[in-house]
Ligand binder design. Structure first.
Ligand code: SAH
Length: 473
């Protein structure tokens, strides 16, 4: 059974595993399965890894479909990399996410858990994103059916999403359910105009073509920002296209464009220019207003962003006297959100531009008790820094998927704040970090929040309280 190229037949899928994989057990082995299968399916699996206790593979055939499956609502399901869990009812997605959190904290973290509150589901399970980035490509992903049609090659230009694992192929999107209108209208109008006027879609292999990306932000305030990314300046063509967009689609409040002559798609080292409107949008969380420019980071699901921050603020349990450290603070949104209940907020973030935004956001919201520092948290959080800014009453930490650096965890153990609120987008690394912190801290509360319906991504908030030392008891 340790040979390669093994195909296991008619295996019942029993559970979900991390990263959207499903799980089966056979002959005492755990098998991780890719390929869009769900618990309750019976499938054939071609193994790609085959170890003593576990194996990994891809489902090649589904014999029996789980009775719990539902019909996906999107025409692009199956090829598109977004919304991959549409075949599960939302209530079941939430159950699996909750289970993932428990599994990670118990199996990786070996933590004793308090009674857990049920995951907070998203009020909107579609049209919940405030930002999407579409890619122009002259290499559309074609389905077998499209290629087979009378041997005629259909339209090769596409405006949509990269197809997972195929770096040069883009899936042409007709309707995306991740954002509210007018976003589909904006994308389809730009594409139709570009096709009609023979504007060159980007060729990622040859590094040629004019149109590269279309980024759309839509806020709960109703503001809509379009950022058109082009390979080089062509003023008459750019103006004609953007004027056509403005004249055709109502509701766009600002348009910027960015010239990207580089090989990579990132716009962070480029300067977007304003074509129409104020060049940014404003988003509201409770009564806090955040200015979001083309390069700013912001929680992509605003509705659940508020919920996540409310949980965080609630867990912090501030009384007005505490110094709060907001580690990995991005544009300062958590710190600003809790600032009225804190004596002082100290925010730390790697990206300098995000810190500039954080300071601006604090000023715009009349927050005078927050200071923000740009740099690596590991470097900034030294003894001198804590001595200068004060002993934290609460540390809020919201690291990226990789979790916290071990040195930072050690520092937190040494600083020994009474409370730590750990916001995580990856329960596996969170569990690892919590295990290290459990030397000194007890897990008091756990609250998963679903930020990304129809995907396997999980957000989880944990409250840690410092254990009483024998002398303190
Ligand atoms: N708390 C913020 C952002 C969280 S995303 C919010 O709710 O909006 C995680 C952030 O950590 C990102 O902004 C990323 O730039 C930052 N980051 C990643 N590694 C870092 C490091 N070593 N030091 C400081 N910040 C870091």
């Amino acid at each position: 059974m340790r040979k390669k190229n093994v195909v296991l037949e008619k295996v019942p899928v029993t559970a979900y595993a991390a990263e959207g994989k499903a799980l089966a057990r056979q002959d005492g082995k755990v098998i991780f399965i890719e390929g869009g299968v769900v618990p309750g399916d019976v499938v054939d699996i071609r193994l790609s890894k085959n170890k003593k206790d576990w194996a990994e593979g891809k489902a090649t055939h589904i014999h029996t479909y789980s009775p719990q499956r539902v019909t996906p609502f999107c025409e692009h399901f199956g090829v598109c990399g977004g919304c991959k869990w549409q075949m599960l009812p939302y209530s079941l997605q939430l159950e699996y996410k909750q289970q993932q959190v428990v599994d990670n904290l118990q199996r990786i973290g070996h933590l004793e858990l308090p009674a857990m509150s049920p995951i907070l589901g998203s009020k909107y399970s579609t049209q919940y994103r405030n930002k999407l980035e579409f890619t122009f490509s002259n290499r559309a992903y074609l389905t077998d059916a499209e290629i087979a049609e009378d041997g005629v090659i259909p339209q090769r230009n596409a405006l949509g999403f990269h197809v997972p694992k195929l770096f040069d192929k883009v899936l042409d999107i007709h309707t995306c359910h991740l954002q509210q209108e007018p976003v589909n209208q904006i994308r389809n109008t730009v594409k139709a105009y570009a096709l009609e006027h023979d504007l060159p879609f980007y060729d990622i292999r040859a590094q040629q073509g004019w149109l590269r990306n279309l980024v759309v932000r839509i806020c709960t305030t109703g503001e809509v920002m379009v950022n058109l990314v082009i390979h080089y300046e062509d003023e008459p063509a750019r103006k004609a296209l953007l004027d056509h967009l403005l004249a055709t689609v109502p509701g766009i409040t600002t348009i910027v464009y960015t010239i990207n002559p580089k090989k990579n798609d990132s716009i962070f080292d480029l300067e977007p220019r304003i074509y129409f409107g104020k060049g940014y949008v404003e988003e509201k969380l409770e009564d806090f207003v955040f200015k979001i420019g083309p390069k700013s980071f912001f929680q992509t699901n605003t509705y659940q962003g508020v919920t996540l921050y409310q949980v965080t603020r609630d867990f912090a349990g501030l009384t007005g006297t505490e110094i709060v450290y907001d580690l990995y603070c991005g544009t300062g949104s958590i710190g600003i959100f809790v600032s009225r209940k804190a004596a002082k907020v100290i925010g730390i973030e790697l990206i300098k531009e995000a810190i500039d935004d954080a300071r601006e956001n604090a000023t715009a919201n009349q927050v005078q008790n927050a200071e923000f520092f740009a740099g690596d948290v590991v470097d900034i959080c030294d003894d001198a820094f804590f001595a200068q800014h004060g002993q934290p009453g609460v540390v809020i930490t919201d690291p990226p998927r990789a979790g916290m650096h071990e040195k930072l965890v050690e520092k937190l153990l040494q600083i020994a704040a009474p409370k730590i609120v750990y916001v995580s987008c990856n329960p596996a690394t969170q569990a690892r970090d919590l295990a290290l912190l459990s030397k000194m801290y007890t897990v008091k509360k756990v609250q998963p929040v679903d930020m990304f319906p129809h995907t396997h991504h999980i957000e989880n908030v944990v409250l840690l309280e410092k254990k009483l030392l024998a002398s303190e008891k």
